[in-house]
Design a protein around this ligand. Structure first.
Ligand code: CA
Length: 223
């Protein structure tokens, strides 16, 4: 379980939906006092902590956790330009930081990096048709053939695998993989589905991704 301490509802929604689509359950605290209390009293695998918070600042929360000898990894979120805050956050015990606005791919990569050693989930392998993805090692194979994907291609494939057999709209895919801040007019979803098809497919066996006209895409589970 991840604790997100953040007061901007748009970011809370984006991070929660995004990380949950990646298989990381998230609970949110919307101000510093509630966040600190939960961080002290409950047990989380990781905390994503905004530094600018009402009630109690992120740096104060980090100091309190350190005094209480709570060693949960903390990823700090800072606004652009707050260089001193970033340095102070790392000094105060944050293991990593991200500057807003960040992409879901960046955040998910940092979260995975922090959880890699402790995460031993039985659901760490995703399969559909003849595609197999390891969430721990990020290895992708189709019919035994290893496939090398970029971070964003990997995130897109994982999202489609988690929702296999269902039609996903471009808007759903865009929100889940790239986050809310992207222009919905972009054709980036089509471009990346094209990359995935090219990498997963062979002349004899096209990738099992169906285009659903005027809606979006579906990853098919049948062999
Ligand atoms: Ca804030």
């Amino acid at each position: 379980m991840i604790l997100l301490i953040e007061d901007e509802p748009g970011i809370v929604d984006f991070v929660k939906r995004g990380l949950e689509a990646e298989g990381f359950p998230v609970e949110a605290a919307l101000d510093g006092l509630e966040g600190q209390q939960r961080a002290l009293e409950e047990s989380f695998d990781l905390i994503v902590l905004d530094l600018m918070l009402p009630g109690r600042s992120g740096l104060e929360i980090l100091a309190t956790l350190r005094e209480a000898r709570i060693t949960v990894p903390v990823i700090a979120l800072t606004a652009r330009g707050e260089v001193e805050d970033r340095v102070a956050g790392l000094d105060a015990g944050a293991v990593d930081y991200l500057v807003k606005p960040f992409s879901l791919a960046e955040l998910a990569a940092r979260v995975r990096a922090q959880l890699r050693l402790t995460m031993r989930s039985p659901n760490s392998i995703l399969r559909a048709a003849d595609i197999e993805v390891s969430l721990l090692t990020r290895e992708v194979a189709r019919d035994g053939r290893t496939i090398s994907l970029s971070t964003t291609e990997f995130d897109l494939l994982v999202y489609m695998l988690r929702h296999r057999g269902r039609v996903l709209s471009r808007e759903q895919i865009l929100a889940a993989v790239w986050g809310y801040e992207h222009d919905p007019q972009t054709n980036i979803v089509d471009v990346y589905v094209g990359y995935l098809r090219r990498k997963l497919g062979t002349p004899d066996s096209p990738a099992p991704i169906t285009t659903v006209r005027s809606v979006g895409y579906r990853l098919d589970d049948a062999r």
